[in-house]
Design a protein around this ligand. Structure first.
Ligand SMILES: O=C(CO)[C@H](O)[C@H](O)COP(=O)(O)O
Length: 242
């Protein structure tokens, strides 16, 4: 496997490598999406492909990579439940509420995490924040009437406890970004999110919204890679998985 070269890559690699300690033979494992998850999938392929793992990817990109790495890949529909999901994050706060979806796979990532007995986040130090919101919040919306959905979101944000209220449709080059499930993503420039559970609930209630990138009560622990190659751990202290 190509060795990490930049300090940020070293930190992501360190987190991914330590996550292997959580993987046991015979596990049914959810595989995340993003550059940190790429390190995880490659490491799993190199070191654990022979351990009878059953791997459920959270995106077409991760599925292709996991197959290339020799892992036993299955669709979530073909697996009753998962033991563990290991995935990256764009931000996480001390209570392990996450912002995810920077890579555009938040819908599958949330479904897979919710089907798992445990979710462990792997991330570099830059993802740890005291308050969520500096990273734009991704919201997956159906394509039909997306401008109308965007206006509903803008109206909702006018009364939310946030610092910014910009909403833009994500693009890939000159084209709109389209998710694996054929939806658009709207990125919300909020700056600060004062009430993550309330905002998630209110966004979820809008017609046209499929899912938000706010992950509440899903992550059990985070492995935070440092640039010196070490890791720190954050555990969720209380609260049931939702
Ligand atoms: O949510 C995600 C993809 O939808 C990723 O996990 C998130 O964007 C983190 O990515 P990276 O590991 O590249 O920093």
């Amino acid at each position: 496997m190509q060795e990490p070269t930049t300090p940020a890559e070293r930190a992501k690699f360190a987190a991914a490598r330590r996550a292997l300690d959580y993987v046991e033979p015979g596990m049914r494992l959810g595989l995340g999406t993003g550059s940190t998850a790429v390190f995880l999938v490659r490491l799993l392929g190199e070191r654990m492909a022979d351990r009878d793992l059953l791997c459920v990817p959270t995106s077409s990109r991760t599925a292709a990579l996991a197959t290339e790495c020799g892992l036993n890949v299955r669709a979530l529909e073909d697996v009753d439940a998962l033991d563990l999901t290991i995935d990256g994050a764009d931000e996480f706060d001390p209570g392990l509420t996450l912002i995810k979806g920077g890579g555009g796979s938040l819908l599958q990532e949330k479904i897979v995490a919710a089907a798992s007995a445990r979710m462990v986040v792997i991330a570099d130090e830059s993802k740890a924040v005291s308050r969520l919101g500096a990273f734009p919040l991704p919201v997956e919306v159906v394509r039909f009437g997306w401008r109308s959905t965007m206006r509903h979101i803008e109206r909702l944000l006018a009364t939310e406890d946030v610092d910014g209220r910009g909403v833009r449709r994500r693009t890939a080059g000159d084209e709109p970004f389209v998710t694996d499930e054929g939806h658009f993503i709207l990125d919300l420039d909020l700056g600060r999110i004062g009430d993550a559970p309330g905002l998630a609930r209110r966004l979820d209630s809008l017609p046209g919204v499929v899912e938000t990138g706010l992950f509440l009560g899903l992550a059990d622990a985070a492995i935070v890679g440092r640039e010196d190659g070490g890791v720190d751990f954050v555990e969720r202290v209380s609260g049931d998985r939702t």
